[in-house]
Design a protein around this ligand. Structure first.
Ligand SMILES: Cc1cc2nc3c(=O)[nH]c(=O)nc-3n(C[C@H](O)[C@H](O)[C@H](O)COP(=O)(O)O)c2cc1C
Length: 351
């Protein structure tokens, strides 16, 4: 099959020319970089996050729900970066959003990163007024209090989304961690609360230890492709079961990764590490690889191939997932073991 391929897709109700979105990162801090990414063919841009702590510190002097009069305040404050170290302070963030909107024609998505429904959410309105085409809410919190139950955390999340949907006209995506007992149920409740999209998944950046200095050191490592499978699994489980758009974010580095993401059921893929490492041109490589694969497999549009490997037609997804887990564990063979010493070739049982 040759000729034009329709790579268009819909994400958060926005029509995109293709599924390649640049994820939340410092890449849009530079206007020329944002233009380069658009010229390289990215379909939308997500700005770096503005953090709850930046907004509350500026507006109320509070940080992490702590009042300056609290005796722990100074110590807790010392945990966080100095205001100037965040990359963009709140007023600058809104200005940068306006500038990017004026510079590019692809959708620009603002990102708010916080923990629960407090005043900082109001800032989403300023992003909307500044021209954001959508808001990406990144709820990142490590629940360290053993007495705090998961149900309360989940309900908070649903409430935040419902509040945002009540306050904003622009679509809202929720970037989530995978660490929920019943992630499918959380996704379903966010969908019911009006979330327009779910971004699977946030990466958790655990600090490291400096054993010479006996210090805890924050660190960030770019992704590897090994991040992808967890995201494929959940996109394949959720595809066709929720109406919110699905974005896969994490481990999309090679065209095959994007092809797998769409086959799992994703509407778009978000890429950061690949763009930071390989530059904007990697977006063109991703697109060409996708078109070549579609050509070779007879797909004329993304719509035709989306969800082909999802579990939407599987009679018992839970059984399928468990069976795959058991197969994976029992498929390992010691290096050098002859191939036919193992029962292979029965992998495609669920269709
Ligand atoms: C340098 C850097 C900065 C990032 N900043 C943000 C951010 O501000 N907000 C956010 O939600 N994610 C942020 N992320 C996470 C990315 O958006 C993305 O979720 C993660 O890198 C996984 O995608 P990837 O495998 O394509 O890199 C950042 C990642 C990197 C590497």
């Amino acid at each position: 099959m040759s000729g034009a391929h329709d790579l268009s897709t819909t994400y958060l109700g926005l029509r995109l020319a293709n599924p390649f979105v640049v994820g939340a990162s410092p890449l849009t801090d530079d206007l020329d970089e944002a233009r380069r990414l658009e010229d390289a063919g990215c379909a939308a841009l997500v700005m770096r996050s503005l953090f709850e702590e930046q907004i509350t510190a500026e507006e109320t002097g509070r940080i992490h729900h702590l009042d300056p009069l609290d005796q722990r305040f100074a110590k807790v404050l010392s945990f966080f970066p100095n205001p100037g170290d965040y990359g963009l302070v709140p007023p600058e963030y809104v200005e940068q959003l306006r500038r990017i909107k004026a510079a590019v024609s692809v959708p620009v998505i603002g990102s708010l990163n916080g923990t629960n429904a407090e005043t900082w959410l109001q800032f989403s309105r300023q992003m909307e007024e500044a021209g954001a085409d959508a808001l990406e809410l990144n709820i990142y919190e490590v629940i360290t209090d053993p007495k705090q139950a998961g149900t309360a955390i989940e309900q908070d999340l649903v409430d935040v989304v419902a509040e945002l949907k009540g306050a904003l006209k622009i679509p809202v995506a929720v970037k989530l961690p995978p660490f929920f007992t019943a992630f499918g149920n959380v996704a379903h409740r966010l969908d019911q609360a009006g979330a327009d999209g779910l971004v699977l998944f946030n990466r958790f950046y655990q600090p490291d230890f400096d054993i010479d200095e006996l210090a805890v050191v924050p660190q960030i490592q770019l992704s590897t492709r090994s991040e992808l499978q967890l995201r494929l699994q959940w996109a394949a489980i959720l595809h066709g079961r929720i109406s919110a758009s699905l974005a896969i974010c994490g481990g999309v580095v090679h065209p095959d990764d994007a092809i797998k993401a769409v086959l799992a059921g994703a509407d778009v893929v978000q890429m950061v590490s690949a763009v930071l490492e390989l530059g904007a041109s990697c977006i063109g490589t991703m697109r060409d690889g996708l078109v070549q694969w579609m050509d070779a497999h007879g797909y004329a549009s993304l719509r035709e191939m989306r969800g082909r490997l999802s579990l939407s037609n599987c009679p018992d997804p839970a059984a399928f997932e468990r069976a795959n887990y058991i197969r994976a564990l029992s498929s390992w063979t010691r290096p050098g073991t002859p191939l036919n010493s193992h029962p292979r070739g029965e992998a495609d049982a669920h269709h």
